[in-house]
Every structure is written in C-alpha cells, then in structure tokens.
Ligand binder design. Structure first.
Ligand SMILES: Nc1ncnc2c1ncn2[C@@H]1O[C@H](COP(=O)(O)OP(=O)(O)O)[C@@H](O)[C@H]1O
Ligand SMILES: [Mg+2]
Length: 244
C-alpha cells in the first residue's frame, strides 16, 4: 500500500498562544477515505491546514505523495460575480488558459453532482446545499489525488447533508481520490470513513476502522453495525458517559 499522507510528531503554535497541535501523527493510505472527528477547538482545522501545506509546522515532518491537493472549506467561499461553471474552473484559470476539455470536465462534475442545469447560474441563485456541491466540484476540477475537507456540510440540513455525503463518496471512489474529511458529526464520519481518527488536544489519540462494506448504501445507516460503530467512536471520544 502507498502512503498518501504521513504526518510525524507534528507541532504547531500560533505565536503568543499555547500549542494547538502537539506531536500529531497521521498516516493516510492512497485511496483511503479518512475521517477526523473531535470537539470544537481541538485542532482539526489546524491539522488539516498543516496537511495541506497552508500552515508550516514548527516541528515534525509532513510527507505528501500528491502533486495536486483539493481543499474544501466549511463555507463554500464561491465568488459571487462568477457563474457556477466559472467558479468550478477557477483553480484552472488561476494556473493557465481554460481549454474546452477543462470546460467539459467542469460540466461533467456538475452533472455528477446534480447541478448540470445550473452551470450558468450565479452562486446567489443556488441553495446552500447546491453551493456546497459547487465547492466540491471546484476542489475536484484539477483531479487532485488528495482531497481535504473541513466540515464542508456542517451548515446543511440533515437530508441535504446525507445526499451530499453519498455523492461525495461515489465521486471519490470513481476517481480513486484519497480523502481526509474533518467533521464533528459522528454519524457522518462513520458513513463516510474507512477509518476514523479521533482528535483531542491537537493530536490523533485513537483510530477506529469502520467495519462496513463499500459502496455504502443509504440504508446502512439503520443497520446494527452502523449503530455499533457510532457507539465505538463515542466511547473513544469519552462521550459514552454523557447523560441524554
Ligand atoms: N489564528 C489563530 N490564532 C490563535 N489561536 C488560534 C487561531 N486559530 C485557531 N486558534 C486556536 O487553536 C485551537 C484549535 O483551533 P482549530 O484548529 O480551528 O480547532 P477545530 O477546527 O477543531 O475547531 C483553538 O483553541 C483556537 O482558538
Ligand atoms: Mg474547525
């Protein structure tokens, strides 16, 4: 197996503040869908930015087997003056002239994400879920081998979120994309992940393999194995003793 991302004893501190990431280790295999879960403020976003190279570690090493990295932020961050298709093509146009093949790829991605008919619209003419889909398409336009997502669906309603989770899984499976997906939603992590890393105090403190077959049908969410995996993650996060 090839390692797509290896973080070793990585530390990071914002100057003048206590350390945010401390001795973090993370190994992600090529083609794996890895989720990271943890409480708000535990350092998930910082870990992901370090993985992306958007922040530089103070100590430790980060090795990526990837020329092209896609990043999806928590809010869609679309450019409101660009049409949907041009938002998707933005990473290309920042690098070079957009070719007809690029445009065709953008339309194919939009089609796969159920937005084929919306390519000429502007972001304000889309729902929140549709805007998130555009952000996913934009992150995939350069065919990154590594895709990093930071709670991309957190602001969406439960039904829209489940639809997007399903479509993201299918797209990444089809393209063989390696994924690191940060969330604080345990069911989301279990539905998507091959493995789940539990983050606490700026480190990955536990790792749980999800014993559910792929591709994952939507119905898997109501299976006993799914419930059991959620309980296992809750226990690893020490949420098992919290009263309902
Ligand atoms: N620019 C910054 N300057 C100082 N502290 C920060 C900055 N960004 C984040 N932090 C702190 O780092 C910790 C981890 O933040 P973050 O990685 O965003 O956590 P998470 O994504 O898990 O909610 C938090 O305590 C947060 O307040
Ligand atoms: Mg965050």
């Amino acid at each position: 197996m090839t390692t797509a991302l290896a973080m070793r004893q990585v530390s990071f501190t914002f100057p003048g503040w206590p350390p945010v990431v401390q001795g973090a280790d993370l190994d992600v295999q090529a083609g794996e869908f890895r989720c990271l879960v943890g409480r708000s403020g535990c350092g998930k976003t910082t870990l992901l930015k370090l993985a992306a190279g958007l922040l530089q570690p103070d100590a430790g090493s980060i090795v990526r087997d990837s020329r092209e990295i896609g990043f999806v932020f928590q809010s869609p961050t679309l450019l409101e003056w660009l049409r949907v298709e041009d938002n998707v093509l933005l990473p290309v146009s920042l690098k070079r002239r957009v070719t007809p093949a690029d445009a065709a790829q953008a339309h194919a991605l939009l089609e796969q994400l159920g937005l084929g008919a919306h390519a000429r619209r502007y972001p304000r003419q889309l729902s929140g879920g549709q805007q998130s889909r555009v952000a996913v398409a934009r992150a995939l336009i350069l065919r990154p081998s590594l895709l990093l997502l930071d709670e991309p669906f957190a602001a969406l309603d439960a039904i829209t979120r489940e639809e997007l989770q399903h479509d993201l899984l299918e797209l990444c499976r089809a393209q063989g994309t390696t994924v690191v997906f940060v969330t604080h939603d345990i069911a989301e992590a279990v539905y998507l992940g091959d493995r789940i890393g539990v983050v606490d105090a700026g480190r990955v403190v536990d790792e749980i393999a999800v014993p559910l077959p792929k591709p994952r049908a939507t119905g898997v969410r109501s299976s006993p194995a799914f419930t059991q995996a959620c309980a296992q993650v809750r226990a690893a996060m020490h949420l098992d003793t919290v009263d309902a």
